[in-house]
Design a protein around this ligand. Structure first.
Ligand SMILES: *[C@@H]1O[C@H](CO)[C@@H](O)[C@H](O)[C@H]1NC(C)=O
Ligand SMILES: *[C@@H]1O[C@H](CO)[C@@H](O)[C@H](O)[C@H]1NC(C)=O
Ligand SMILES: *[C@@H]1O[C@H](CO)[C@@H](O)[C@H](O)[C@H]1NC(C)=O
Ligand SMILES: *[C@@H]1O[C@H](CO)[C@@H](O)[C@H](O)[C@H]1NC(C)=O
Ligand SMILES: *[C@@H]1O[C@H](CO)[C@@H](O)[C@H](O)[C@H]1NC(C)=O
Length: 526
C-alpha cells in the first residue's frame, strides 16, 4: 500500500496545483467539492455494477449502458493483464454500487443532475459508491469516475488513485448547450453522435439543433412532404426516424435536444418545395406574412416535432429579419395596408403568432434576442430570450422578468476561429447581474457551432476543446472557477488528450480554434 496523504479540495487552485502529484486529479469540469487521500486500488477483472439500496431498477437500461461505456472507455486504451500476482484481493475494487432515489427516468429541463461519488478508506470487498437523485446524476458520476481511472504500466492494470475520496457535485446552470447547424453543411448521424458523446464527457446537456436555414432544409416533415426538397441533395437529409434516433441517443446520455426552426427570416429553403411561402419568386424571404398557408406549415412542422422532440422548449429563431420584401411585393404590401401594419409591426405579428402555435403544441419558446430588442414586452412570459449580439442584453432580459440563455458571439461562437479557449473559459453569464432572483432567470449558456465553414472534415476540432472550456464555466460553482485561465491549462490539456484517446478530434490548446500541432511533443504540452 502506498504512503497515505490527505488533502482537502477547498479551492480549485490548491487542488489542481497543490495536490496534483504524478497522476493528478485532472477532472474536467471540476466538481463542486473533492476530498481525497493517497491510496491506490486496482479495478478487478470483473468490476461490476450493482444496485444495493437503490430504488431505481434501470428497466430502460440507461445506467447499464452508461456503465458499459465507462468500462469500454477505461479499458480501450491499453490491454490490461489481470493475471498479475503483485497484490492480494484486498486492493481490488470489485465494482460500483449505484444508489438512485428516484424511480423515474424521464429526462427534462431542470432534472436533478447531482451526485456523490466515494470510496471508503477500508472495506472488504471494496466498492465505489455512487449516489444520485436520478439516473442522469448517476451518469455524470460515471463520467467523473472514468476520469479517475488510469492504466498503470508497471502493474498493467487500471488503477484508481487518491483513495479514500468523496466527490460531491451538482451543476451551476441547468442549461448547458452546444449548437450545431445542419443547414449550412449537412452532418451525418455518426458525426452528430460523436458530438453528443463528447458533450456527455464534458457534462453539457442540451444539443441545440439548428436544423434548417436559408441554404437547405434537410429534415423530413411528414405533414408537408415537399419541404425537404430544399435539401442540398437527395442524400443530405434526415428522416423523422433519424431525428428520433438522435433524440434517443442524446437522452440516454442525459442530453436534451432543442430543435429550431428559424422564422420568419432564415427560411428561404422552405420555398423550394412550396414556392407560395416566398413573397415572390424574385423576393424570397422572409416567409410570406400575408399568407395563411405560412402559419399552417409552421403548425404542421411543430405538430410533427412534438412527436419526436420531447424537450420542454422549441427554438423559433426570429433573428436577422429583413422585412423589405414585404413592402416591395404587391400582394403583401396590400395585406399590410389592409391590416394597418408597417413592416416592423408585421414582424412582431409573425413572431407572436408563431409563439402561439408553439404554445398550442405544449412547447415553451426560445427566441433570438432581436425579438426581445424590438418588442420584448409583447413576448409570451414563457419565452426564453437567446442572447447572441450584444452585451448587457441578458441583464435587460432578466430585469424584465424573462428567462435568458447567454451565447454572446464575441466569446461563445465557435465559428469565430480567433476566439481562444481562454476567452471561452472566462466568459461569465452572470456579468452585471447581481440580484439572486434575476440570476436564477439566466438558465444557462450555449456555445454555437455555426456551420458555414465546418463539415465532417473539421467539425470536431473546431468545437473541442473550446466548448469544454465553456462547459466548466457552466458546470462548476463560481467560487471554484479559476480567475486566471493559466491555472487550468494543464487540466484542460489532460481533458483534450482524453478526448483524443476516446476518438474525438479535439484540437491542441496552443493557439485559437482548429489549429494543428505546432511541433513534435507531448499531447499534454500542446
Ligand atoms: C490469465 O489466466 C487465465 C487462467 O489461469 C488464463 O486462461 C489466461 O490465458 C491468462 N491470461 C493471460 C493474458 O495471461
Ligand atoms: C426510495 O423511495 C422511498 C419511497 O419514496 C424513499 O422513502 C427512500 O428514501 C428511497 N430510497 C433512496 C435510497 O432514496
Ligand atoms: C434587405 O433586403 C433588400 C432586398 O431584399 C436589400 O436591398 C437590402 O439591402 C437589405 N437590407 C439590409 C439592411 O440588409
Ligand atoms: C411602425 O409603427 C409603430 C407604431 O405602431 C411605430 O412606432 C414605428 O416607428 C413604425 N415603424 C416604421 C418603420 O415606420
Ligand atoms: C457590465 O457593465 C459594465 C459597466 O457598465 C460595462 O462596461 C460592460 O460592458 C458590462 N458587461 C456586460 C457583459 O454586460
Amino acid at each position: 500500500m502506498k504512503v497515505r496523504f490527505f488533502c482537502l479540495g477547498f479551492t480549485l487552485v490548491w487542488l489542481a496545483v497543490g495536490c496534483a502529484g504524478i497522476h493528478g486529479l485532472n477532472l474536467w469540469p471540476m466538481p463542486k467539492s473533492v476530498s481525497h487521500g493517497g491510496q491506490t486500488l486496482y479495478m478487478s477483472k470483473d468490476f461490476g455494477l450493482r444496485y444495493e439500496g437503490s430504488n431505481y431498477t434501470d428497466a430502460s437500461g440507461i445506467l447499464k449502458d452508461g456503465f458499459a461505456r465507462l468500462l469500454d472507455g477505461v479499458e480501450a486504451d491499453h490491454v490490461a493483464d489481470y493475471n498479475s500476482t503483485h497484490f492480494d484481493h484486498s486492493v481490488l475494487l470489485q465494482g460500483l454500487n449505484v444508489i438512485i432515489s428516484s424511480f423515474n427516468d424521464q429526462l427534462q429541463f431542470g432534472v436533478d443532475e447531482s451526485y456523490k461519488l466515494s470510496i471508503a478508506a477500508t472495506g472488504n470487498p471494496r466498492y465505489v459508491y455512487l449516489e444520485a437523485q436520478t439516473v442522469y446524476g448517476a451518469l455524470h458520476g460515471l463520467q467523473t469516475f472514468s476520469q479517475l481511472c488510469h492504466f498503470d504500466f508497471t502493474t498493467r492494470m487500471v488503477e484508481v488513485h487518491q483513495i479514500p475520496f468523496t466527490i460531491i457535485d451538482t451543476p451551476r446552470f441547468s442549461y448547458r448547450g452546444l449548437l450545431i447547424d445542419t443547414a449550412r453543411h449537412y452532418q451525418s448521424l455518426p458525426m452528430i453522435k460523436n458530438v453528443i458523446d463528447a458533450m456527455a464527457y464534458s457534462k453539457l446537456n442540451v444539443l441545440h439543433w439548428h436544423i434548417v436555414d436559408s441554404q437547405s432544409f434537410p429534415l423530413e416533415i411528414p405533414s408537408y412532404p415537399k419541404l425537404w426538397n430544399g435539401a442540398f441533395s437527395p442524400s443530405e437529409r434526415y428522416t423523422m426516424a433519424d431525428a428520433a434516433e438522435i433524440v434517443q441517443y442524446a437522452q440516454r446520455r442525459g442530453i436534451n435536444v432543442l430543435a429550431e426552426i428559424d422564422v420568419p427570416g432564415h427560411a428561404l429553403s422552405w420555398g423550394t418545395g412550396y414556392p407560395s411561402l416566398w413573397p415572390s419568386r424574385d423576393c424570397q424571404q422572409p416567409l410570406d406574412v400575408s399568407n395563411e398557408f405560412t402559419f399552417k406549415v409552421i403548425d404542421g412542422i411543430l405538430s410533427d416535432f412534438r412527436k419526436v422532440f420531447e424537450f420542454r422548449f422549441v427554438h423559433l429563431g426570429g433573428d436577422e429579419v429583413n422585412t423589405s420584401c414585404w413592402s416591395t411585393t404587391a400582394h403583401v404590401n396590400k395585406w399590410l395596408r389592409e391590416h394597418h401594419l408597417n413592416e416592423s409591426e408585421a414582424y412582431q405579428y409573425f413572431v407572436l403568432r408563431a409563439q402561439n402555435i408553439a404554445l398550442s403544441h405544449g412547447y415553451e419558446i426560445v427566441n433570438w434576442e432581436e425579438t426581445f430588442n424590438n418588442f420584448g414586452s409583447k413576448l409570451s412570459p414563457k419565452t426564453v430570450v437567446h442572447n447572441w449580439l450584444g452585451r448587457g442584453v441578458a441583464q435587460q432580459v432578466v430585469g424584465k422578468g424573462l428567462r435568458c440563455i447567454v451565447s454572446n458571439q464575441d466569446k461563445w461562437y465557435l465559428d469565430h476561429l480567433d476566439t481562444t479557449w481562454q476567452d471561452f473559459y472566462m466568459n461569465e453569464p452572470l456579468t452585471n447581474i447581481t440580484y439572486p432572483t434575476q440570476q436564477k432567470l439566466v438558465i444557462g449558456g450555449e456555445v454555437c457551432m455555426w456551420g458555414e465553414h465546418v463539415d465532417g472534415s473539421d467539425l470536431e476540432q473546431t468545437i473541442w476543446p473550446r466548448a469544454a472550456a465553456a462547459a466548466e464555466r457552466l458546470w462548476t460553482p463560481y467560487e471554484n472557477l479559476a480567475t486566471d485561465p493559466k491555472k487550468v491549462t494543464g487540466r484542460l490539456a489532460h481533458f483534450r488528450c482524453l478526448l483524443n484517446q476516446r476518438g474525438i478530434a479535439a484540437a491542441p490548446l496552443a493557439g485559437p480554434g482548429r489549429v494543428a500541432p505546432d511541433e513534435p511533443g507531448s499531447c499534454y504540452k500542446q
